[in-house]
Design a protein around this ligand. Structure first.
Ligand code: LLP
Length: 420
């Protein structure tokens, strides 16, 4: 099973019609294909196998326990960026020694929790962070393994909000400062600098920036070794993009070939941190049309999913295919804006999108929403978080129920000095 397919002229996930899920769980709902996630993981693992690289799933892309556990079952470790993600990865059974912890602003509490858990690696992004980690580790009589996240000053040529490897970005330490950083770490108790890491951005469709980054990493790794540092690990980050227009997108074998050419002879443990590539295409946001409005210049298809459920279109100009679940052979009726009910003009899922004439009540699937969909949702306009469903062949399960409205409101407290 590879995910989304047409069955009996309607869109299904593996063997389960999307209409069945919508009828039983309601809409909006995120639906994921376990088979598609497995296929992606295996393709990546096979491509990387000759280089012995470990895979640390970037749980920020989709941190549902079922999704993390599914990938853990296949052998994935985890890349986490907060104490919350660390707790999620551990709760889903990811062994601590396969967890790497990145992020520019780890707090002392988060560091302490990760040291207590015994994680594999801290990717450290600044000198002050190194000092703090060393202090926290010393207070526990521990030694934390550190990879230095370097900023290679490479343009990933992706959207400005998801580019991380340019000198002006907040991420990492300028690569030329790595020797001073290693010298500082070597003089400290509580930390052991074992490697370098780099993550230059997300949704990379062009692999050339990876090669540029690897060349810089290799040069710095060799320079550090020449100075006598025991460099044994390179974490290459994530970022591999997917084809949001339905095209194949970059092939992990092409990335693996570049890894082999540029880093294959270094005798280091290689690691990668993919998120989107593993889960993005394996998910859809299923939504129902509330009504269709014809304005002076536009057709607005108002659906029950909104920017709070999927923020990518409005935040990153992200393109997601939108397809009717049934009646797929209808002719195009011209461009439409597919919009949610939220009181903002930025609340859209698609702009000027060719669509057939759609009717109130029918189902639309917003494709490639498995990554950075549910995890970025909010309750804006007091809209409860939507449920998530995982399909595996004929089986399916609600892996997160719809948030209960009264439980959501019940989180608030009215202080007793407000009368009434
Ligand atoms: N490693 C690090 C250190 C990261 O910061 C990220 C993503 C990843 C790995 C995984 O990247 P991926 O393989 O998924 O591209 N919300 C945005 C994407 C933000 C990515 C942030 N960092 C979006 O919806 O496009």
């Amino acid at each position: 099973m590879q995910g989304f397919e047409i069955r009996d002229a309607a869109l299904a996930v593996e063997n389960v019609p999307l209409a069945t899920i919508a009828d039983q769980v309601g809409t909006p709902v995120y639906v994921y294909s376990a088979g598609a996630i497995r296929a992606r993981y295996r393709a990546l693992a096979d491509a990387l196998a000759p280089h012995g690289a470990t895979i640390h799933y970037a749980v920020k892309a989709n941190s549902n326990q079922a999704v993390i556990a599914l990938l853990r079952e296949l052998g994935a470790g985890a890349d986490v960026v907060s104490g919350g993600e660390l707790a999620r990865a551990l709760a889903a059974g990811v062994p601590a020694d396969r967890i790497v912890f990145a992020g520019v602003g780890k707090t002392r509490d988060e560091m302490a929790a990760a040291i207590d858990a015994g994680i594999h690696l801290f990717n450290i992004e600044s000198e002050p962070e190194l000092e703090t980690l060393a202090e926290v580790a010393r207070s526990k009589g521990a030694t934390a393994r550190v990879g230095l996240r370097v900023n290679p000053d490479v343009d990933a040529r992706t959207h400005a909000k998801i580019t991380t490897g340019k000198a002006e970005n907040k991420f990492g330490v300028p690569i030329e400062r790595a020797p001073a950083f290693f010298a500082r770490a070597a003089a400290m108790e509580g930390v052991e600098a074992v490697g370098l890491s780099a993550h230059i951005g997300s949704q990379l469709l062009d692999l050339a920036p990876y090669r540029q980054t690897y060349v810089r990493l290799r040069e710095m790794a060799l320079a550090l070794r020449a100075e006598g540092y025991g460099l044994r690990l390179l974490d290459l980050g994530g970022g591999l993009g997917i084809g949001y227009h339905g095209e194949a997108g970059p092939d992990p074998r092409a990335l693996a070939a570049i890894i082999g050419e540029e880093l294959g002879h270094l005798d280091v443990q290689l690691a990668v941190e993919p998120g989107r590539w593993l889960v993005g295409a394996a998910g859809a946001l299923l939504s129902r049309v509330i009504l269709v409005k014809h304005g002076v210049t536009k057709r607005h298809v108002v659906v029950d999913a909104a920017m709070n459920d999927l923020i990518r279109p409005t935040l990153y100009e992200g393109y997601h295919r939108i397809e009717p679940v049934a009646g797929r052979d209808r002719p195009d009726a011209g461009p439409a804006d597919v919009v949610g009910p939220i009181c903002e003009s930025g609340d859209y899922l698609a702009k000027d999108r060719p669509l057939p004439a759609v009717a109130a009540g029918e189902l639309l699937a917003v494709r490639d929403a498995g990554a950075y969909g549910a995890v970025m949702a909010s309750t804006y306009n007091s809209r409860p978080l939507v449920p998530e469903v995982l399909v595996d062949g004929d089986r399916w399960a609600v892996v997160r129920p719809r948030q209960d409205l009264s439980a959501m409101i019940g989180l608030d407290r009215v202080p007793d000095w407000i009368g009434g």
